[in-house]
Design a protein around this ligand. Structure first.
Ligand code: SAM
Length: 302
């Protein structure tokens, strides 16, 4: 996935949702292209697998959010909405609103929420960095790995802060640095096929956009948050129920497709065989598990 150019400016994109306004304001244009495109398609089609992959992280988010029955919750980068639904099922007299760049994921989140009988949820397609949230509307903003993709994280978190009432809580899960996440390292190493792969530039929008503790503290302070804490959450990531299942899932991931690009047919076949072996080497009685490490980031709107 490309790194958005913050100078690329604004763009208007059409919302596919019939009842919504005709367009929404996007500044994270490259991210919108990916998430409202191929990446979002894959996440929608494989929502259950993506949910299962990080299921071990969910309770950290829910527990840290300390939700009350009447809380109004904003879920940033909600995807297919599992954390929105988790919040809505606790805040039964309040509501949970998910925002995401992907029309497909927003539709899927809405469908899953209806199926779960949760009337206190709403989902909106939008760019959380610039979405015109009504100010001081929410008690809590949460995100499960959905807030690491902003071209201008200070502006984005300031926008989220404005949506919270003073003293409102922020609870975000993000990934720690690449070197601590075997589930990405192993895929990269296996598919490098002799190439030296570039490290993701620190702080660039992407899975490791909030990996640096010092940078996160600086971003959130400048965005108007106080009492910022980062707690490590070290849990394995489930890539499949068995090696074949994991191979089917991992071979469709954006990172895998990106790494296979440019390889000739023979090298590609060897790389895929190596990937199959790597996944098989991590098979356990509980599925194919690789080490992962995240941050549980908490703070309060000052
Ligand atoms: C790694 S996925 C996580 C999805 C979901 N939170 C989950 O845990 O399944 C990241 C999500 O963030 C969304 N996203 C990225 N940048 C965003 C932005 N600027 N505004 C709203 N959503 C964004 C993407 O569309 C994507 O659905």
């Amino acid at each position: 996935m490309g790194v958005p150019d913050p100078n690329e400016g604004n763009a208007l994109m059409t919302i596919s949702e019939p009842q919504a306004a005709a367009s929404f304001h996007v500044v994270n244009v490259d991210q919108a292209t990916a998430w409202d495109g191929e990446e979002g398609e894959h996440w929608t089609e494989h929502a259950n697998r993506y949910d299962a992959a990080v299921r071990r992280y969910d309770s950290y988010l829910v527990d840290a959010a300390r939700l009350a029955e009447d809380d109004r919750v904003l879920d940033v980068g909600c995807g297919a909405g599992v954390s929105t639904r988790d919040a809505a099922s606790v805040a039964t007299a309040g509501r949970a609103v998910g925002i995401d760049l992907s029309a497909r994921l927003v539709e899927e989140a809405r469908r899953r929420s209806q199926r779960a009988g949760l009337a206190n949820t709403a989902f909106v397609q939008g760019d959380a960095q610039v979405h015109p949230f009504e100010s001081a509307t929410f008690d809590v903003a949460i995100s499960r790995f959905g807030a690491m993709f902003f071209a201008d994280p200070v502006a984005a978190f300031a926008n989220v802060a404005r949506a919270l009432h003073p003293g409102g809580r922020l609870v975000v899960l993000s990934w720690q640095e690449l070197g601590r996440n075997e589930w990405v390292l192993a895929i990269r190493k296996t598919l490098a096929a002799g190439r030296t792969l570039p490290e993701p530039p620190p702080g660039s929008p992407g899975p490791f956009g909030l990996a640096d503790e010092v940078a996160v503290r600086r971003i959130l302070a400048r965005a108007g948050f106080s009492n910022v804490e980062l707690a490590p959450v070290v849990e394995p990531v489930l890539l499949g129920s068995d090696p074949e299942d994991a191979f089917a899932f991992v071979s469709g991931l954006g990172i895998t497709k990106g790494l296979l690009e440019g390889l000739d047919i023979t090298t590609r076949a060897h790389a895929l065989e190596a990937l199959r072996e790597t996944l098989a080497a991590h098979a356990t009685g509980d599925g194919v598990l690789l080490d992962g490490a995240g941050w549980l980031i908490t703070g309060r709107r000052a």
